[in-house]
Design a binder for this molecule. Structure first.
Ligand SMILES: [Zn+2]
Length: 350
């Protein structure tokens, strides 16, 4: 009887010690992860400055892409560039400025992916993608330090051409090229004028409409012409009428890219490009600018230089790193989140 009681107490004590040791290990893991990020913050800031200076447009981000691949190799990742994609999405079937980096952990487990963006706009890095790529790079440095004792794997995917994104050259081409296969969860950050973990962003799809008509002298023989520009304008009017019947979170916007060559010629060719946005996605927004400063505006340029936005970039990296590590260590939590996501989608009929 006495012996049994002692054994019971012994087991309880053993469990208490185990729990304590587990908690101590968890805390020390977290500290190691954050220390790894602090250690690399200086060199990543220099990477961010370089990407800012390169200001490479979509599909032209060769130097930024090479630089990020090199940094990921230093962290122990197996890196591959020139990713194969369907050739109707990117001419030639190769995303030359995309990359995929993988770091396997200890045994099977979840696959957590962090996405990096690095393209600039014509006015420079007014969308802050130099900070997105380096916050992702820094976030990778945290769990990378612990992967040898962590189940699962960490994937980093470099997604080019994110602002133009036209003709599915960005993430869509990589998704269709199966480079996200096996991923359980994808994490990404974006700078902006607020901190937010539940910002609803709209996924975007672009389309170009080409109208072909027949040229004729606009004054001497207009009856012989077929006006392609009129067809483009009718399309805009149709879309404007459609707006009344769209859900509040849907946006459609477009421009006329071609509308004729000379005023005295009936336009034989017109081209309009539209973007439709709907189906919210989720992203961590980190604040680098005062509220109200819009992304893509010239005014945003002074906040995307690393000196201005760096502290927030590091904080965002830490949040992503801790989340990625937590999901890798707790596959049950990750499954629960996926299940909740499926339920929400089903509720919305998606
Ligand atoms: Zn952006």
């Amino acid at each position: 009887m006495r012996k049994t009681r002692f054994n019971g107490l012994g087991i309880v004590l053993f469990l208490v010690i185990l729990t304590f040791l587990w908690a101590a290990t968890a805390v020390s893991d977290e500290k190691q992860l954050l220390a790894a990020i602090d250690e690399r913050a200086g060199s990543c800031r220099a990477v961010s400055q370089k990407i800012l200076d390169y200001k490479e447009l979509g599909q032209q981000e060769f130097k930024s892409c090479q630089l990020l691949m090199e940094e990921l190799r230093k962290l122990g990742f197996k890196v591959e560039g020139d990713l194969k994609v369907p050739d109707d999405l990117i001419k030639g079937g190769v995303a030359k400025t995309a990359f995929r980096a993988e770091l396997a952990g200890k045994g099977p487990g979840p696959t957590i992916t962090i996405m990096l963006e690095y393209n600039a706009l014509p006015n420079g890095h007014s969308c802050g993608h130099n900070l997105i790529s380096t916050s992702g790079l820094l976030a990778a440095a945290g769990p990378a330090k612990l992967m040898k004792d962590t189940p699962g794997r960490l994937l980093i995917i470099g997604t080019p051409d994110e602002d133009r994104g036209s003709f599915d050259g960005g993430k869509i081409s990589l998704l269709e090229g199966k480079h996200f296969d096996g991923t359980d969860m994808v994490l990404i950050t974006h700078p902006g004028d607020v901190w937010s973990v539940d910002k609803e962003l709209l996924a975007m799809k672009r389309a170009t409409f080409v109208f072909k008509g027949k040229a004729a002298h606009a004054a001497a023989a207009p009856e012989q012409g077929i006006n392609a520009l009129d067809a483009a304008i009718q399309t805009f009017n149709g879309i404007n009428a459609l707006r009344q019947h769209l859900r509040q979170d849907v946006r459609i916007h477009g421009i006329i890219k071609k509308g004729g060559e000379a005023v005295n010629v009936v336009p034989a060719l017109a081209e309009a490009e539209f973007a439709a946005r709907a189906y919210p996605t989720v992203n961590i927004m980190f604040k680098i600018a005062p509220e109200g400063v819009a992304l893509h505006a010239d005014e945003m340029l002074k906040y995307t230089v690393p000196e201005a936005g760096w502290q927030a970039t590091v904080q965002a990296a830490k949040a992503v790193a801790l989340t990625a590590y937590d999901l890798l260590k707790n596959p049950a939590k990750e499954k629960k989140i996926q299940e909740k996501f499926r339920q929400l989608k089903a509720k919305e009929g998606k």
